[in-house]
Design a protein. Structure first.
Length: 445
């Protein structure tokens, strides 16, 4: 993409309404525009990151054996009357009437609708296990929408629902989600710690929230600092192997890590003092096992191997897709702007032409741009007729992890400069070597 033809409305001034750094940088970098309290347009740069995050979420769900579908944003109220949640949900639910005076709502979550789909089409244990998920907009009329996409009213969620014949299989589905979430967050450059939590309006006995530590997080969390060292890394996990999946979950949930709702002072005090941490965290996901809560209320049953009819065992599992942009920025920025991890960056690399209009510089930039494209890497090429300082400031603000700087002086010596946004370290090399270096970095992601 050539910046002269792109739509990147960066702001020079700090927007007064933004209280936290991620909100400030998302507005300044021209990623989002507020349209009403807690409701945003996704401008091109923000939209690219949102799509990257969605892509990673999809890949890891499919890897775990989960199946994508798409349910609508609008739902009939009657479904929610069946589960009893139509009245329970209160003012957080946006209720709408259509022209026939039928009661509708903008879905805050989809347990009822997926149960309705299940009961219409599945009746035998032979069709299980089954996990269906979608990535769809939700609406919750939050009392205090704030911090930009962090606590929106309209927000994008990945929500998945497992259907299993018995409790043991449903717990395996719960564990599978935990492992797939760990991998998902790691690919985004995040450390998200699973913490024992409270199930709130979704209901159920077993639930973990995934928290990214950040001073601006809305949840107070208590944990053993050793938990922050755990990494899934590249190990291959066989998602069908119950013991192996349970083993990974055990590794990640044995050390003390809880939100304030489930915090236990006595257990906490048993941790060696130097490892006892109280901090704040951003909830980027939550998984629930709730058994037959919805299937019983809504008549979703399966016939088991011995011929008996039982309500299907279920759980639901959510990732805050749009919130993740804010969480990643909170975890990865400096005073100049965002520092995107390679896994989610809107463009893999930026090209800065220090002297637009100079024949050699223009030709070298075009060459780099094409050579990167040939390797599947779409660079953001700053081809505007601007001062070098302004170009660097824009690149630093929007946070592309790598920058190639091209100027007549370097070219006279046959070199361009490759700079890491994270470390600020620059290295001179030939344009060909620069392309190979960037391609190598992304080949390893
Ligand atoms: C699990 C999937 C559920 O709704 N039902 C379907 C279950 N869980 S949840 O914890 O309530 O939400 C899942 C994740 O969505 C994000 N989230 C939000 N993001 C932005 N703005 C909001 N107002 C908001 N509310 C929830 C969180 O990341 C949460 O973990």
């Amino acid at each position: 993409m050539r910046l002269s033809r792109y739509f990147l409305p960066v702001l020079k001034e700090n927007p007064a309404e933004a209280q936290i750094v991620s909100h400030r940088y998302m507005l300044r970098a021209g990623m989002i525009k507020q349209q009403a309290a807690g409701i945003y347009s996704w401008l091109p740069l923000g939209y690219r990151v949102l799509k990257r995050i969605e892509q990673i979420v999809h890949e890891e769900q499919v890897r775990a054996g989960h199946i994508p579908l798409l349910m609508p944003t609008l739902q009939p109220a009657d479904l929610w009357r069946e589960s009893g949640r139509y009245d329970d949900y209160g003012q957080e639910m946006l209720r709408i009437k259509d022209r026939q005076d039928r009661e509708m709502l903008y879905g805050p979550t989809n347990e009822e609708m997926i149960t309705d789909i299940f009961r219409a089409h599945v009746s035998s244990y032979k069709d299980l296990p089954l996990t269906l998920y979608h990535i769809q907009w939700k609406f919750r009329d939050e009392m205090r929408p704030r911090f930009g996409v962090m606590r929106g009213r309209e927000f994008l969620m990945k929500d998945g629902y497992n259907f299993d014949v018995d409790r043991a299989s449903a717990l395996h589905a719960y564990n599978r989600h935990m492992v797939s979430y760990l991998r998902t967050y790691e690919r985004m450059g995040l450390t998200a710690i699973p913490m024992r939590a409270d199930s709130g309006p979704i209901g159920g006995d077993d639930t973990h929230e995934f928290l990214v530590l950040a001073a601006t997080g809305e949840s107070e969390v208590f944990f053993d600092s050793a938990v922050t060292e755990l990494k899934l890394g590249n190990r291959a996990v066989d998602y069908d192997n119950r013991d192996e999946v349970a083993g990974v979950c055990k590794e990640f949930t044995t050390l003390y890590a809880r939100t304030d709702e489930t915090h236990d002072e006595a257990l906490f005090n048993a941790i060696p003092e130097e490892r006892r941490k109280v901090a704040r965290g951003i909830e980027v996901g939550q998984i629930f096992y709730f058994g037959t809560k919805y299937s019983e209320a809504m008549g979703a049953t399966v016939v088991t191997a011995d011929g008996s009819k039982v309500p299907v065992e279920m759980g639901s599992h959510g990732i805050g897709v749009s919130r993740l942009l804010g969480a990643i920025i909170e975890a990865s920025h400096d005073d100049k702007g965002i520092i995107w991890p390679e896994g989610v960056t809107p463009f893999p690399v930026g090209i800065v032409n220090l002297k637009q209009g100079d024949g050699a510089a223009d030709a070298a930039c075009e060459g780099l741009y094409k050579a990167l494209a040939a390797k599947g890497l779409e660079a953001l090429y700053d081809d505007r007729d601007e001062r070098a300082g302004a170009k660097f400031a824009t690149m630093d603000l929007i946070g592309l992890p790598w920058r190639i700087t091209v100027g007549p002086r370097g070219l006279a010596n046959g070199v361009v400069e490759v700079t890491s946004r994270r470390t600020g370290v620059s290295e001179e090399m030939s344009p060909e070597a620069a392309v190979d270096r960037i391609a190598q970095i992304y080949a390893e992601i």
